[in-house]
Design a protein. Structure first.
Length: 435
């Protein structure tokens, strides 16, 4: 085995797979059954992350929370089992009395200090809707009934000096259903009561620090380091004010899959729009070296793949039927910024010839995304679905009117290119009209 093959083998993150071998007269204990469970669970996780990937499968939208709903515990969501366990252990009444006394003490202390009581309804809260996700270890994270989070309570104390927070969920387990043991352990002391089941649940994570991005090209063999599935970024958070819907950005979430495809997130022209001749010249950079068509990507792409022929400008002259003619407009890529180096997040393509546009012309823009590679040498997913990739200029007053389909099928906006298959051709156009 070569050195390269050895290093690749050592990187595969999976324990030895050993299953129980039954034989007549075999003595089995709790440890044997636990290991047998672990074998099948590890096989399922291995198949999930290697064959299908990880990310949000469905649901798990982050929305402003209604004021009349209770908080979810930030460190153990879906915790109604806590009260059930306490009742089974004969401790529910004591726990309830202690909680009431603690709340009364907090309210009294808040009143004395003039601070806002914790039970007030004017809090920065959000709701996570029911849904399913798979973490990078292959664990399924299920949110059944939704969850309401008080962002200020869930934030770690040392991260409360920010007004931008990220909300996510993480796979968790907890023991449930206390059961009395019939026999003592021969090798160790056994407590009077043991939990008989393990419940798979989740934890809610809220942070004021920007989470790291998973930059692995291969999520199957390499070790998973970031187990939290981040669902949304919330800007301008005020602990005393409700969260506004327009401040919740869910495009930080990872769609379910083996890898996250690079897509086109913005262009500097309005698809299907009609420009004057002078506006079209400025847009194409005909007379301005700083002008040109700009295409922006969701992640880095290799600068050396921006070769001649990847972008093509075609002009269909005004007219009808056989009277119309077509010609190609020469152009070139503007040099990427010096700091971009090997990779870039956008390119600018400008006209280099002096052909002039006339009234009624249509400029067809073609970007062969299959030839543009990202950091992992995968093609950009460039299908211009519905012509809905937004313009880079957020202040643009003109936009194409489509009607309906404000959001992609995932329900998470804004629109981008791509269908998940990768590659393909990005097509767009605009029309030219005399003033």
């Amino acid at each position: 085995m070569t050195e390269t093959e050895t290093s690749r083998t050592e990187e595969f993150d999976a324990p030895p797979l050993r299953r129980l071998r039954y034989f007549h007269g075999q003595m089995l204990g709790a440890r044997d059954f636990q290991r047998e469970q672990g074998y099948y669970r590890e096989k399922l996780r291995l198949r999930m992350r290697c064959l299908l990937g990880y990310g949000v499968v469905c649901g798990l939208h982050v929305e402003p929370a209604p004021r009349d709903e209770d908080d979810c515990p930030p460190d153990a969501a879906e915790e109604p089992a806590r009260a059930e366990q306490a009742e089974q252990a004969g401790q529910s009444e004591q726990a309830e009395q202690a909680e009431q006394a603690e709340q009364a003490g907090q309210s009294e202390q808040a009143e004395r200090s003039g601070a806002e009581p914790e039970h007030t309804g004017r809090r920065a809260k959000v709701k996570i809707t029911p849904g399913l996700a798979v973490d990078c270890d292959g664990n399924e994270v299920v949110v059944r009934g939704g969850c309401v989070i008080d962002l200020w309570k869930a934030l770690p104390p040392h991260e409360r000096d920010t007004d931008t927070v990220w909300v996510g969920i993480e796979y968790a387990e907890r023991p449930v259903e206390p059961t009395r043991a019939v026999y003592n352990d021969a090798c160790a002391d056994t407590s009077d009561c043991e939990f008989g089941w393990t419940e798979e649940c989740y934890k809610v994570r809220v942070t004021g620090c920007e989470p790291p991005v998973d930059e692995r090209c291969d999520t199957c063999c390499s070790r998973c380091e970031h187990k939290v599935l981040w669902l949304a970024r919330i800007d301008c958070v005020d602990r005393h004010e409700p969260v506004r819907r327009d401040r919740i950005h869910m495009n930080v979430r990872r769609p379910f899959g083996r890898h996250l495809p690079t897509v086109i997130t913005g262009i500097n022209w309005i698809h299907g729009h009609t420009y004057t001749i002078d506006e079209a010249k400025a847009l194409l950079g005909t007379q301005d070296e700083d002008g040109g068509l700009v295409v922006r990507f969701s992640a880095d792409v290799r600068s050396d793949t921006l070769q001649p022929g990847v972008v093509e400008l075609q002009v269909i002259e005004g007219g009808s039927g056989r009277n119309a003619s077509t010609w190609y407009m020469g152009g070139t890529f503007a040099e990427p910024d010096a700091e971009c180096g090997e990779f870039t997040r956008q390119f600018r393509y400008r006209q280099t010839t002096r052909e002039t546009l006339q009234d009624g012309d249509r400029v067809l823009i073609t970007v062969r995304a299959a030839f543009i590679l990202d950091r992992c040498c995968r093609p950009v997913d460039g299908t211009h679905v519905g012509g809905r990739v937004p313009t880079i200029d957020a202040d643009a007053t003109l936009s194409a009117a489509y009607g309906g389909c404000d959001l992609p099928p995932s329900g998470i906006g804004p629109w981008t290119s791509g269908t998940g298959a990768g590659g393909d051709v990005f097509e767009s156009w605009f029309f030219v009209k005399e003033r």
